[in-house]
Design a binder for this molecule. Structure first.
Ligand SMILES: *Cc1c(COP(=O)(O)O)cnc(C)c1O
Length: 234
């Protein structure tokens, strides 16, 4: 069940306040950090809330769910795929999403590049990196990131905006927090290194979710992906 708009707006205000506070503490400009509303499992009306509040983009985990929801929505938002993408769905994803955040293999890169070429468009992507070395998570290994980036930069129909990661959970709250800090610092350092080495800005650092967006902002996140704190438990 979707919560009332007023509750959503109060939640969004609170999250934005926390992002701004984390920016102030880190000496960052709050306009550098976008709040991406994760609408997965929620109805198309959730997307209308996002637009009405003035946020610019929504995140979906599953291709077909995003495609269906977008068809039901008239909201002027950008649609970002944040969930794992199989190569056989690359074409559908390239057709219906404005950006793919979960690119983690050369095989997938090739499928997306071909699909974008057929569609006559340039497809923006982020490379998903398993920066927390979590065995349960998707994402390219950090050691493979340079090769994956080189491959992505050589594909004519893709534009690499930056990197994305998901921090592993710990057994305790303190452990989860420590994992988050380590993971986000790692992704930031990797981005800085790759940007210098390859001479590309890689401006976007997509990191932080409901449980860890404040440390992500402290570490340099430019895009926090928040679902639960905006819409309630799924
Ligand atoms: C579901 C999801 C989110 C949002 O998670 P919350 O904890 O509900 O904020 C963010 N990123 C990815 C990749 C997700 O799958």
């Amino acid at each position: 069940m979707l919560l009332p708009y007023e509750d959503f707006a109060r939640r969004a205000d609170a999250i934005r306040g926390k992002i701004n506070a984390a920016c102030a503490a880190a000496g960052r400009d709050p306009s550098e950090v976008e709040l991406l509303a994760v609408t997965k499992t929620h109805p198309a009306a959730a997307v209308e809330f996002v637009a009405r509040y003035g946020l610019h983009s929504v995140g979906e985990s599953r291709v077909q769910e995003g495609v269906d929801k977008r068809a039901q929505s008239t909201a002027a938002v950008r649609w970002e795929l944040i969930g794992h993408l199989q190569s056989n769905k690359a074409k559908l994803a390239a057709q219906h999403f404005d950006r793919i955040q979960s690119v983690d293999s050369e095989k997938l890169l090739n499928h997306l590049d071909r699909a974008a070429a057929e569609l006559g468009r340039t497809l923006p992507v982020l490379l998903q990196i398993n920066a927390g070395n979590d065995p349960a998570k998707f994402g390219a290994e950090p050691a493979d990131a340079p090769r994956l980036l080189e491959a992505a930069l050589s594909r004519k129909n893709l534009r690499v905006d930056g990197l994305m990661t998901i921090a592993p959970l710990g057994a305790t709250e303190a452990e989860t927090e420590a994992h988050a800090r380590r993971t986000f610092d790692h992704l930031r350092a990797l981005r800085d290194d790759l940007a210098t080495r390859c001479g590309v800005p890689l401006r976007e650092l997509s990191m932080g979710m409901t449980g860890d967006f404040a440390p992500a902002v402290a570490a340099g996140s430019t895009l926090v992906r928040v679902g639960t704190a905006l819409f309630g438990a799924r």
